[in-house]
Write a protein that binds this ligand. Structure first.
Ligand SMILES: [Zn+2]
Length: 198
């Protein structure tokens, strides 16, 4: 198995997308095996800490009756409502105190799937001298996808950690991987350095 300690370098950042209780089994919008990414990410967090690689964690943080919710113009069951238990980061995800948190999905009039969408994250990464991102989180075919596409568009190098993400649907996951590759992101598996190109 590939060791994050050997992969992380100066100029890297670790970006964890929406690793929240509502997106894990038992939550309001559960992603199958969503919680299985947590031990994987914990290893990456530990390695990043040891190497002084900055860590960023985004969270979906919706107002009540958000426009992305069923019955309010959207397609998702209500999830990650501000200050609720379901909006909390997964309890086993031990985020260091110096983790930079990114709050998104707060706008009443639009959804913000990407961690870059009107959050100022790109500017923060530039300030922190981050050029390459290692990305994991939930869900692969929604918020991870849009985040990775934005990161590429903004000129960041991106490595997606395959074991550290799960899709809403398997088909959606396949499609997301293809789109991310087309955008120049690298899909990294811990067992293979890079997934074979199809
Ligand atoms: Zn949401």
């Amino acid at each position: 198995m590939r060791d994050p300690n050997d992969l992380l370098e100066e100029g890297d950042g670790l970006l964890l997308v929406d690793v929240q209780k509502d997106f894990c089994p038992g939550g309001a919008l559960p992603i199958e095996e969503g919680d299985e990414i947590v031990p994987v990410l914990s290893k990456w967090i530990k390695a990043a800490q040891a190497k002084r690689i900055p860590i960023y964690a985004s969270r979906d943080w919706h107002p009540l009756q958000h426009m992305s919710f069923e019955g309010h113009g959207g397609k998702w069951p209500p999830h990650c409502i501000q200050d609720t238990d379901g909006a909390a980061f997964h309890p086993e995800l031990k985020l260091p105190d110096n983790t930079v948190k990114i709050t998104k999905g707060v706008r009443f009039d639009q959804d913000q799937n990407s961690a870059f969408d009107q959050t100022g994250l790109a500017e923060q990464l530039t300030r922190d001298n981050v050029k390459r991102l290692w990305v994991g989180g939930l869900a692969l075919d929604v918020c991870v996808l849009t985040t990775v596409l934005d990161a590429r568009r903004l000129g960041f190098e991106v490595h997606v950690i395959l074991e550290a993400t799960r899709p809403v649907t398997p088909e959606g996951g396949e499609e997301a991987i293809q789109k991310m590759r087309e955008a120049g992101a690298t899909i990294v598996s811990e067992s293979l350095q890079q997934m074979p190109k199809r």
